[in-house]
Design a protein around this ligand. Structure first.
Ligand code: PRX
Length: 658
């Protein structure tokens, strides 16, 4: 284990603060302590029946044929039916599904479950007109507008699998995903609002479609009203397409799907340049997200106003803005913009306006609010909040305690939830009415989940030990593979230990059996809770005509968790300059998306390599973090390191000046 990891472990174990569940909370909680007494099969059997409505009941709980699992076999169901139709049929049509808040101040919409149903049915009818049927792959590239969940639900109603691509991704990234999935239809919008400026989604979509020939139709929602070119025959305005379409649910019945039918792909970074299409299927996924949402967020659908402040373009939004909450009949907030527009109290104004009771966000956002100061939260009445959640990266104890004190009035439990795009649902988390909380620990595996920490040799480590986080048994929402790449699936998750899922995270178990997550152990960086692979950024850099070679690593950052540092060797005759530096950063943003822009670029005449030619990333990380350098004896040319160190120092000085 690296000294860095050891240090992280030592600091965490010094954390002595404990927060037992408040008595009143525990008394009314959806999950009581005895939930842990249920056996694995008993628990998931019960959830399968209680959480979901079936057209035909399942006959077999699960089948484990490592490394592939199937759940709720023999069952027939429809996700849209579970998230919308059954609620309306049960008389909840008037209940608000989403309070939508646009970024421009004053733009608001209330969408009830009945409204959601009408919009979904009309749009599904429109998609049918474009030839979308069971099995037609659809890409969605939108901002945080109500039509985004409408589009997703319309796909699930028809049985068409979707892939939602985050609106911050580039044309290349969008095209790559659409080509991988073979998308035939793309749903997008003219532009999106972001911090007061317009993000040209349709323009990017046009560039992407030029490189994705299988896309035959493009539906465009008018959001900002900006002028966008429409290609005759291919592009259709959303509002024109739905004109005259029926909103009667009987006009477009929910397609009965098998439990294991493909629901969606979500692309995520791995340790190669090519993102992986993570496969999620119908019943297990929906059951997993609904059950975790119900118990971990202690959802009382009749009272709570729930807000997950993530973007639907990532897995968090899929599972905990759209599918989990709607399946559970939640009333949610959906916010389009950034937390600091027009001012840094925007979130708190929203919490006050809608009386938000449950808030779920990421450590990076909490740290931004910390940096801005608690006075913004103090401007508003946040007394409606009763539960806070965190996801995306390890939360440092100071941020955890700040969140509880300044947002939760030192009263609300904070649930630190560990999971991944691959896991689909939260796997390690406190249950707020049961668990004694420790700042910085995600505490215990969810009921029906068997997590452990293994050492290098596959031995389970006991209390006090550290190693790699693994899952010993399948779980309902687990990925069903990497789309079209069985070998990579086996290699990435199942090759380290036999029949055991390797999560790629370091972890430690303390004396009480609580889990402390320590971050990635592979070449995946975590910037603002988003996964970016070092190799993805390196390929984007060497794609620039002036770059000969590049190596990328991350350093700690007090707001974003990690920040990207790129070491770049230019081709002979090209000169480093501030302009070139900016050009390279922009180039990465164009190739992948602004999220992958390196925070620092260090030009160096050479990269540190071993005699066999391998780049020594460990050294680059040490330089980026200003740490004393470890062993350099295996370097082909030790002088290179001193040169890079001095360049890095220069770059820092320049940055400080700027
Ligand atoms: O390293 C872990 C970190 O985020 C990774 C998963 O990233 P992604 O698939 O993008 O999903 C993010 C939202 C689920 C994990 O391998 N991570 C996520 N949540 C936590 C976390 N690390 C520590 N504590 C968490 N609560």
């Amino acid at each position: 284990m690296s000294t860095e990891t050891q240090h992280a472990i030592d600091t965490m174990l010094l954390e002595e603060r404990r927060y037992p569940p408040p008595e009143g909370f525990a008394a009314r909680a959806n999950a009581k302590a005895d939930i842990y007494d249920l056996g694995f099969e008993e628990f998931w059997e019960r959830e399968g029946r209680e959480r979901l409505s079936w057209f035909e009941p399942f006959t077999e709980l699960y089948r484990w044929d490592p490394p592939y699992a199937q759940w709720y076999l023999g069952g027939k169901l429809n996700v849209c039916f579970n998230c919308v139709d059954r609620h309306v049929a049960a008389g909840h049509g008037g209940k608000v599904a989403y309070y939508w808040e646009g970024e421009p101040v004053g733009e608001r919409r209330q969408i009830t479950y009945a409204d959601l149903q009408s919009e979904v049915v009309r749009f599904a009818n429109a998609l049918r007109k474009l030839g979308v049927r069971r099995g037609t792959p659809v890409a969605i590239y939108m901002g945080m507008v109500p039509e985004l969940p409408v589009a997703m639900l319309a796909c699930t109603r028809l049985g068409a699998p979707h892939t939602v691509v985050f609106g911050g991704f580039s044309a290349d990234s969008l095209a790559g995903r659409m080509n991988d999935m073979g998308c035939e239809v793309l749903i997008t919008q003219d532009e999106a609002w972001r911090r007061g400026s317009r993000v040209p989604l349709k323009q990017t979509a046009d560039e992407a479609m030029a490189a994705a020939p299988a896309v035959r139709d493009c539906v465009v929602l008018r959001r900002t009203g900006g002028d966008v070119p429409m290609r005759e025959g291919r592009d259709h305005w959303w509002h024109e397409l739905v004109e005259g379409e029926s909103d009667d649910p009987a006009s477009c019945p929910c397609e009965p799907m098998s439990s294991e039918d493909l629901l969606f792909l979500m692309y995520t970074s791995g340790t190669t340049a090519k993102p992986k299409g993570i496969v999620h299927t119908t019943a297990g996924y929906l059951c997993g997200v609904a059950a975790t949402h119900y118990y971990i967020f202690d959802l009382k659908p009749e009272e709570d106003v729930y807000w997950c402040a993530a973007d639907i373009g990532w897995i968090t939004g899929h599972s905990y803005i759209v599918y989990g909450p709607l399946c559970n009949l939640a009333t949610s907030v959906l916010y389009e913009g950034t937390p600091d527009y027009p001012d840094k109290d925007r979130w708190w104004e929203i919490v006050e306006r809608y009386g938000v009771t449950i808030l779920y966000t990421a450590p990076t956002a909490i740290r931004s609010h910390m940096k801005w100061g608690p006075e913004y939260a103090r401007r508003h009445d946040l007394s409606s909040l009763r539960l806070l959640g965190s996801v995306g990266e390890p939360i440092n104890p100071e941020a955890w305690v700040w969140y509880r004190e300044h947002i939760g009035s030192d009263r609300t439990p904070v649930v630190d939830t560990w999971w991944q795009t691959e896991t689909g649902m939260i796997l390690i988390s406190p249950l707020p009415g049961v668990t004694t909380l420790k700042p910085g620990s995600a505490t215990k595996p969810f009921p029906g989940v068997e997590a452990a920490v293994y050492d290098e040799h596959g031995n389970e480590v006991g209390p006090g030990g550290g190693g790699y986080l693994v899952l010993k048994r399948p779980w309902p929402a687990m990925l069903r593979g990497i789309f079209g790449d069985d070998e990579r699936y086996r290699d990435t998750y199942w090759s380290r230990y036999e029949n055991t899922y390797f999560a790629g995270d370091g972890a430690r178990i303390d004396r009480d059996g609580d889990f402390w997550l320590l971050g990635r152990v592979d070449d995946v960086m975590n910037v603002s809770g988003h996964r970016i692979s070092t190799i993805e950024v390196e390929s984007a850099l060497v794609d620039h005509p002036d770059v000969a070679e590049a190596a990328v690593c991350s350093r700690k950052d007090s707001t974003t968790g990690e920040a990207i540092v790129a070491y770049v060797t230019l081709k002979a005759g090209r000169e480093p300059s501030v302009k070139k530096l900016q050009e390279l950063r922009d180039h990465v943003a164009r190739k992948i998306g602004p999220i992958a822009k390196p925070a620092n670029v260090v030009f160096t005449p050479e990269l540190p390599k071993t005699r066999s030619g391998k780049i020594m990333r460990r050294l680059l990380r040490d330089i980026a973090e200003n740490r004393p350098l470890g062993d350099t004896t295996t370097l082909a040319d030790p002088a290179v390191v001193a040169e890079i160190q001095s360049r890095a120092a220069e770059e820092k000085a320049q940055e400080a000046e700027a």
